[in-house]
Ligand binder design. Structure first.
Ligand SMILES: Nc1ncnc2c1ncn2[C@@H]1O[C@H](COP(=O)(O)OP(=O)(O)OP(=O)(O)O)[C@@H](O)[C@H]1O
Ligand SMILES: [Mg+2]
Length: 362
């Protein structure tokens, strides 16, 4: 299980939205996801359709006592065949007070202890954190191997994030385990010059630490939260669905890329010339067709030349790729929905159970 904490002490930067919709997109691609709501505001719990007032028990019961960890399986609520939630409640704000007499180290190990008791396997655990770096966030960082820091592209948010990264670095030293930290630009409004400049600044500052995926401002994300479902279920062709779909692929591909890097070290190096490869997608109804695969880091249409033409009433998208000989996995993004290539019978299952089309370049 990959445990990912979504952290930023700044309020309203898209932590909860990222937890809920990344969970939705990973699940839509076949992964089993556990959402852990460590915020007493219980926004992730609410955004997944659970009324925190109506739950019999929540994470407080699990974390407040040494013996509580065994309760973790009892508090889980299934909100989708592939998504379960460890719900929060306002009472969680009393945890810090409750544990104040305990040894500092032991206090931060409550969540990791509880996750060790999970009865079912999950591909991902996503932890929503409150907007401060207190005991609840420390518990999340202690339990996680990876951190996503959502960063607003619409305000002067960069300054606070440097401080947060320092805190995380200090903490990793203290915890004695590495955290893979990545920055996710959120609330992006490409129409404003300010947002474009901020995004460029974020990319310049953080380089490879920054996801290629950018989450645009999209009202469907707010509406979906109000309905209590991830955006992928509420508005499959919305920009929010496409953006969190792209993020899910990058997150899932991180494991695949590591594996590939290992395999490349093991395999023999060969001199290979890139070739021009053309794949076509035909559809009468589609408006927007993009392609993503391991050749472009699963970023739709990155490093791809596109041509659109018509064949009677059918539109034809030609995607021109420049690839070295080898085997590649890809999918189309058709009006924001990920799907395999309908004209390619060769399909393999990817790292999170998704069905990828396979392309072999000789
Ligand atoms: N990309 C987006 N487009 C439009 N609205 C968004 C987007 N991301 C988040 N929002 C909205 O902005 C508000 C704050 O987002 P969210 O709750 O995800 O932030 P947060 O970091 O979890 O906040 P807090 O620190 O209070 O927990 C919410 O109303 C949410 O619906
Ligand atoms: Mg939140």
């Amino acid at each position: 299980m990959r445990t990912i904490a979504i952290v930023n002490q700044k309020g309203g930067c898209g932590k909860t939205t990222t937890v809920v919709n990344l969970a939705g997109s990973l699940a839509a691609d076949g992964a089993r996801v556990l959402v852990i709501d460590m915020d007493p505001q219980a926004h992730a719990t609410l955004a997944l359709g659970i009324d925190p007032e109506m739950t019999e028990a929540n994470l407080y019961e699990v974390l407040a006592d040494e013996d509580g960890r065994a309760l973790v399986n009892e508090i889980l609520v299934e909100v989708d065949p592939r998504i379960e939630v460890a719900p929060s409640g306002i009472v969680l704000s009393a945890l810090e007070q409750k544990l104040s007499a305990e040894h500092a180290e032991a206090r931060t190990e409550r969540l990791v202890g509880a996750l060790g008791q999970l009865a079912r396997p999950y591909d991902f655990a996503l932890i929503d954190c409150p907007p401060n770096v207190g005991l609840l966030t420390f518990n999340a960082l202690r339990a996680a191997q990876e951190v996503i820091v959502p960063l607003e592209t619409s305000h002067f948010a960069i300054h606070g994030v440097q401080k947060l990264l320092e805190t995380i670095a200090l903490l990793t030293e203290r915890l004695g385990h590495d955290l893979d930290v990545r920055i996710l630009p959120t609330l992006y409004d490409g129409r404003t010059r300010f947002a474009r400049e901020t995004l460029a600044e974020i990319r310049g500052l953080f380089g490879d630490m920054c996801f290629d995926a950018v989450i645009r401002q999209n009202v469907k994300l707010r509406e979906a939260a109000r309905r209590g479902v991830p955006v992928v279920s509420y508005a499959p062709s919305a920009n929010g669905t496409a953006d969190y779909g792209a993020l899910a692929f990058e997150v899932a591909a991180a494991a695949a890329a590591e594996l590939k890097a290992t395999l490349q070290v093991v395999g023999e190096a060969e001199e290979t010339e890139p070739r021009r490869v053309v794949v076509s997608f035909r559809d009468p109804g589609a408006q927007d067709v993009r392609i993503a695969g391991d050749f472009n880091g699963w970023i739709p249409d990155k490093d791809v030349q596109s041509e659109v033409s018509s064949d009677g009433s059918t539109r034809v998208w030609r995607k021109i790729l420049c690839l070295s000989p080898g085997t590649y996995h890809y999918r189309y993004v058709v009006d924001g929905r990920w799907r395999e290539d309908p004209d390619n019978p060769r399909v393999e299952t990817g790292p999170v159970g998704e069905r990828n089309s396979v392309l072999v370049v000789q």
